[in-house]
Design a protein around this ligand. Structure first.
Ligand code: RB5
Length: 148
């Protein structure tokens, strides 16, 4: 599995911790930056990671900013991206099992590093359950296509 990661200045430390964590688990990582704490605009990094996922260069993406919220708002503008801000492990599992999220958004200013890494682990290892959840995601795709 290859995971795309990205951040703005508000999520830099957490993104770097996640990169080390994933590499330690022998998971391939493509780091799209940012690479310093200089103030940058989160949509720029969100676009890079979202495109890597949509173009199947990477299977999943993880985006970190101060809250995770800006990243999730921007990522969900792409058709085919299902991004969620997660701050607990229950939601981390559910958002893969029920919502088949392909991008996880985390807030460095909201959660601690230990919890963030547990969330990452839980999310990566959870699997979409399909069935009734597929029907609901098909309805979400109708919204994306403006067919409502
Ligand atoms: C940057 O200060 C902050 O606004 C950003 O990291 C993020 O929290 C936006 O949603």
């Amino acid at each position: 599995m290859k995971i795309a990661i990205g951040c703005d200045h508000g999520g830099l430390k957490l993104k770097n911790k996640i990169r080390q964590y994933l590499l330690g688990k022998n998971i391939e990582v493509q780091d799209f930056g940012a690479f310093s704490e200089v103030s940058v605009d989160y949509p720029e990094y969100c676009i890079k990671v979202s495109k890597a996922v949509l173009e199947k260069e990477c299977e999943l993406g993880i985006l970190c900013c101060g809250t995770g919220i800006g990243m999730s708002i921007a990522a969900n503008k792409f058709n085919g991206i299902r991004a969620a801000v997660v701050s607990d492990t229950f939601s981390a599992r559910a958002t893969k099992e029920h919502n088949n999220t392909n991008i996880l958004c985390l807030g460095e200013r909201v959660i601690g590093e230990g919890l963030a890494l547990d969330i990452v682990d839980t999310w990566i290892n959870a699997e979409f359950l399909g069935g009734r959840h597929s029907n609901r995601l098909a309805m979400v795709e109708n919204i994306e296509r403006g067919e409502v």
